[in-house]
Write a protein of this length. Structure first.
Length: 429
């Protein structure tokens, strides 16, 4: 079988019918029996849905008709299980579900309850049946879908893995944190709750500073973990899909990083990706940080830690709720231009000013059975300047620097990247 995928489709407006990128990229994308993208927006028309009190960073909304434009590239599988899924509350969420249902594209990771959101969804092809399971590691807690019970309906939302974070510190730094907590009385309310039996006592060698949790350790480090029931839900979906499908793709939305570079995936994500493949998944397609991250081949299965952006139209929002203006000290009577100008420090910082966000690749991988046989990448570049109708839209790139950029980050993972005369990138492992 063949598969293609891209990362974040942060689309906010229609794509013109004669856009040359359809002809440049479509044939490569359509090679895939399954062709996946992450829908980084909600689908509803102006004034159809109220805004949530929170957003994924920007309140994203596009006309449902953009799905027709997206299908022109050749995609047939998607998810909107990301930090923007509830930007326009439950009405916007449900209209997005309906638009995707009506489009005929297979989608997973969001549903009317947790059972729906966590279920595998299947694509029928002449070369085999493909399962898609979608999870998110980066989201507001209130976005999590709820379970059905015999008397209470489930809550609409996404299939999330709730990340729990603590900091390990050596003895000297650990005692310093305890002293700060003692002299500021920041934990008094929690301590009273524990004394009265309403909260579980802290374990030995654990302290808190407000919402931050610290554990005595040998070296300073941030440790991420997740409730085992969230992990178990994904593993159960993989086991279900093994009976129903020939090939299983896991979509993972994650902003978390390790170290100081945005390109480095978190240790939790790496461990989780390996665990999914150990359980029976065959490919991990990551997205979320809006830039490329390494490619790893684990047990003859590809892990794309992030495929960056495919469409980036962050400056194309036309309306914004009052909360968005207030966050930046503006009255809601201000223009959207003023809002975005204020946030970006006069259009000098943010995603739309960082070249890394506009460089990406489209992988095409071929399998023999379920094992990876060949992996080819097409470099792409979104336009940062020029006609407003093309800014943020993808075009094929022949720039060898994209291959060099990716090769450097892939080297520690044992994936070798080479740029060919045909402008494509080949991968060896």
């Amino acid at each position: 079988m063949k598969f293609t995928a891209v990362g974040d489709m942060l689309i906010q407006r229609r794509i013109q019918a004669d856009f040359e990128g359809f002809a440049e990229l479509g044939p490569f994308i359509k090679q895939g029996d399954a062709s996946f993208f992450n829908l980084e927006t909600t689908l509803n028309r102006e004034a159809e849905a109220c805004a949530s009190q929170f957003s994924g960073g920007t309140y994203l909304r596009a006309d449902p008709k953009v799905l027709g434009d997206i299908k022109s590239f050749g995609f047939n599988m998607t998810t909107f299980n990301n930090n923007h899924a509830l930007d326009f509350f439950y009405t916007g969420f449900e209209s997005t579900l309906k638009a995707l249902d009506d489009s005929g594209m297979v989608h997973a990771g969001a549903g009317r309850n947790l059972g729906e959101a966590s279920a595998p969804r299947y694509l029928e092809t002449s070369n085999g049946r493909v399962a898609l399971i979608s999870v998110s590691l980066s989201f507001s807690p209130s976005m999590m879908a709820g379970e059905q019970t015999p008397r209470i309906p489930g809550r609409p939302g996404i299939n999330g893995i709730r990340i729990e974070t603590h900091v390990e510190l050596p003895a000297e730094e650990f005692e310093h944190i305890k002293r700060i907590a003692d002299i500021t009385h920041i934990n008094v309310a929690k301590e009273i709750s524990r004394q009265e039996g309403y909260s579980i006592p802290l374990e030995e060698n654990v302290c808190e500073l407000g919402d931050l949790r610290f554990i005595l350790g040998d070296t300073p480090r941030v440790v991420m973990s997740a409730p085992e029931k969230d992990i178990h839900r994904v593993m159960r979906a993989i086991r279900e899909a093994q009976l129903q499908a020939d090939y299983i793709i896991i979509s993972v939305h994650s902003h978390q990083l390790s170290g100081t570079d945005r390109e480095n995936p978190s240790e939790f994500l790496k461990d989780f990706a390996h665990r999914c493949i150990d359980a029976g998944a065959h490919a991990i397609v990551g997205h979320g940080p809006h830039l490329l991250r390494p490619i790893e081949i684990y047990k003859d299965c590809p892990i794309f830690y992030s495929l960056g952006d495919f469409v980036l139209q962050l400056y194309n929002i036309e309306v914004a709720p009052e909360e968005f203006y207030t966050r930046f000290g503006l009255p809601f009577t201000s223009t959207v231009r003023k809002l975005l100008q204020t946030r970006s420090k006069n259009f000098t910082v943010g995603l739309m000013t960082d070249l890394r966000m506009f460089l990406s690749v489209i992988p095409c991988w071929e399998t023999e059975g379920t094992k990876l046989k060949k992996l080819t990448l097409m470099p792409i570049e979104m336009k940062m300047t020029g006609h407003k109708s093309e800014i943020g839209l993808p075009r094929r790139s022949y720039d060898p620097n994209i291959a060099a950029y990716l090769a450097e980050m892939c080297e520690p993972y044992g994936t070798k990247i080479s740029f060919g005369e045909d402008g494509l990138i080949t991968c060896e492992w």
